[in-house]
Design a protein around this ligand. Structure first.
Ligand code: PMP
Length: 382
């Protein structure tokens, strides 16, 4: 039988063609083999090296295999109720998704139509921009000001076709944040005309006294949507579960675009357990991050590097040489960091705060790599 000829290319919209597929890093076993290392310290994805709270880990361990044959609750019923109780909102204000990534898509689909745009920063979590662009909507990007979201810049980039403004608070990768006062001032200026998303993926790590809980502002600002995730503090990144919270009238609209059954049963049950865990895991994780950040800031500065560090479980450092080169050299030592050139921070790396031994390995090897690549130091050694 002859093969049917199809011109697939002609079927693809230009705004999709412009996109290069994202290349995720290879699984750990493949990386270890490739780089020839026995252990791998993962400090590239802002995961919690302490894992999930013990009760959530127990749910995963004991998940009954017959439940795998049954569809999950399509709207994460029990988890929505638990979240509502914890966050003091009503269950109808919550939508759970397959990671916070999926809820970004729900919001864009709900509000944008052809010709519309979203506004966000140029150097922030890239998925807002990507999702908008490969869905055919312009992403209007506003330069950061002193590594932070620029309130006036965002307002200046809004035009007649703007629908959503995305604010990452604290910002990934810079760790800068808007205080409650700044966020309220921005929402007052927006004055209900556009949807404002505040992505609080790192909420549970934030310790600054004036860092705002966006959910408490929803009653006053019904155009506000807050994102959170179980991937970071709660250590459930592999199960893919995150959520949004908004006013009942807004969430009712977003719910139209939700793909039911996208959140699996194990994730839903583990998330309920994680929420109900005693404070032990959260405070242990925060302590680890506080100590690790102090160590890392000190060591990286001692290496003569510019360091940007704020809220969240990560810090950034600017290298005098190629970030891709340093990545490869560190990988050979079993240390995995995030290169930032692709995120518009040329030759910066982002390092997730981890156990002391991981951080020590990172700074020790980084120091050696920088030394070996320094031509002056090389001459000194003869
Ligand atoms: N928002 C921010 C700011 C993030 O850093 C991340 C993950 N890196 C996400 C959202 C996506 O989280 P999830 O794993 O829940 O999709």
């Amino acid at each position: 039988m002859p093969m049917i000829s199809v011109n697939i290319d002609s079927l693809v919209p230009d705004f999709v063609k412009r996109f290069e597929p994202y290349v995720p890093s290879r699984p750990d076993d493949v990386l270890k083999r490739f780089y020839g290392c026995d252990t791998l310290y993962r400090m590239n994805n802002n995961e919690n090296p302490l894992g999930s709270p013990p009760s959530a880990a127990e749910v995963v361990r004991k998940f009954p295999p017959p439940s795998a044959s049954i569809y999950p609750s399509g709207d994460s019923f029990h988890l929505c109720n638990e979240l509502a109780r914890h966050l003091q909102v009503s269950p109808e204000q919550v939508i759970v998704g397959n990671g916070a990534n999926e809820v970004i898509a729900f919001v864009i689909k709900a509000f944008c139509r052809e010709g519309d745009n979203i506004v966000t920063a140029d150097k922030t979590f890239a998925v807002y921009e990507w999702l908008a662009e490969f869905s055919g909507f312009e992403a209007r990007l506003v330069p950061l000001r002193e590594y932070s979201f620029d309130e006036q810049g965002l307002l200046d980039h809004i035009n007649a076709r703007t629908k959503i403004i995305f604010i990452c608070n604290p910002n990934n990768p810079t760790g800068t944040y808007w205080s409650r006062e700044q966020l309220e001032s921005f929402l007052d200026q927006v004055d209900g005309r556009w949807i404002v998303v505040v992505d609080e993926a790192y909420f549970e790590f934030c310790t600054a006294r004036d860092y705002p809980d966006g959910i408490r502002l929803i009653e006053r600002y019904p155009n506000l949507v807050v994102f959170r995730t179980f991937s970071k503090m709660y250590g459930l990144a592999g199960l893919r579960i995150g959520y949004l919270v908004g006013s009942p009238e807004l969430v009712q609209e977003v719910r139209r675009t939700v793909v039911v059954y996208s959140v699996n049963s194990v994730a839903q049950q583990a998330a309920v357990a994680a929420l109900n865990d005693d404070a032990g895991h959260l405070s242990r994780s925060r302590d680890m991050v506080a100590r690790g950040k102090e160590f890392l800031e000190g060591e990286l500065s001692a290496l003569g590097l510019e360091v940007v560090s704020g809220q969240g479980n990560f810090v950034m450092a600017k290298l005098p040489i190629s970030d891709a080169y340093v990545y490869q050299k560190l990988m050979a030592k079993g240390v995995m960091v995030r290169t930032m050139t692709g995120f518009r921070f040329p030759n910066w790396i982002r390092i997730t705060i981890s156990h002391p031994e991981a951080l020590q390995a990172c700074t020790r090897h980084l120091g050696r790599i920088l030394e070996q690549s320094d031509p002056d130091k090389g001459r000194e050694r003869g």
